[in-house]
Design a protein around this ligand. Structure first.
Ligand SMILES: Cc1cc2nc3c(=O)[nH]c(=O)nc-3n(C[C@H](O)[C@H](O)[C@H](O)COP(=O)(O)O)c2cc1C
Length: 195
């Protein structure tokens, strides 16, 4: 399997880093695009340097390399994931405004009817954001918001992140990531103080 992974400048870049590591483990060939906005969020939110993140992919491209192979519909692949996806990038996809390599690769997915998984992140969502998300869903993208999940009784942020990574992988037929689950575990007063 060959996938394109786009990282844009929304919060939650750790999800993309974990996803890339997992795809590598699964033997999936990955082609990575990191936007300028994402370079900033990576610096804000993690201790990873760009080089280390790029090393997780089989090939990495500059976001301005609009003549890269993946900018063409003739480049065969099995789909694209944009994680996290900023509202600017959502707007670009909705408008068909392919002004960088990430947007162009997403545009191609829609025109070639290939799988496009969007992991949008903003809070709250304005009507413009919602309209744009609906627009790209109508054109074939799958929207996988990185929602907090509690039914698996997560005990760490890592559990929450792994759950989202699993949900993305499931879109490509891989099993999700289920943390070791203690059926007697419940969200406790350590996380919700009853006093
Ligand atoms: C620390 C930080 C966090 C941000 N978080 C978000 C976010 O969660 N969602 C969003 O839509 N934009 C967010 N932004 C703003 C985007 O990075 C900005 O709109 C950027 O132009 C997006 O461009 P890109 O999609 O090409 O990466 C954030 C910016 C910074 C610096």
């Amino acid at each position: 399997m060959r996938l394109i992974v786009g990282i844009s400048g929304a919060s939650g870049v750790i999800i993309s880093i974990k996803l890339l590591a997992k795809l590598k483990e699964l033997g999936v060939e990955t082609h990575l695009i990191i936007t300028h906005g994402a370079e900033l969020t990576i610096r804000h939110e993690t201790n990873f340097d760009l080089f280390a993140i790029r090393q997780l992919a089989d090939r990495s491209y500059g976001v301005d390399d609009i003549d890269a192979s993946i900018a063409s519909g003739s480049f065969p692949h099995d789909g694209m994931i944009i994680v996290p996806c900023s509202m600017k990038t959502v707007a670009g996809i909705a408008a068909g405004y392919a002004e960088n390599l990430l947007l162009r690769a997403a545009d191609i997915c829609l025109k070639e009817h290939r799988k496009l998984i969007i992991v949008p992140r903003e809070i709250p969502l304005s009507r413009i954001h919602l309209r744009n998300l609906k627009e790209i869903a109508d054109y074939g993208a799958t929207i996988v918001p990185p929602m907090l999940t509690f039914y698996n009784v997560p005990s760490t942020i890592d559990d929450q992140v792994n759950h989202i990574v699993g949900k993305i992988l499931m879109q490509f037929g891989f099993p999700g990531i289920t943390p070791a689950w203690d059926p007697s575990a419940k969200m406790s007063v350590a996380t919700v103080d009853a006093d």
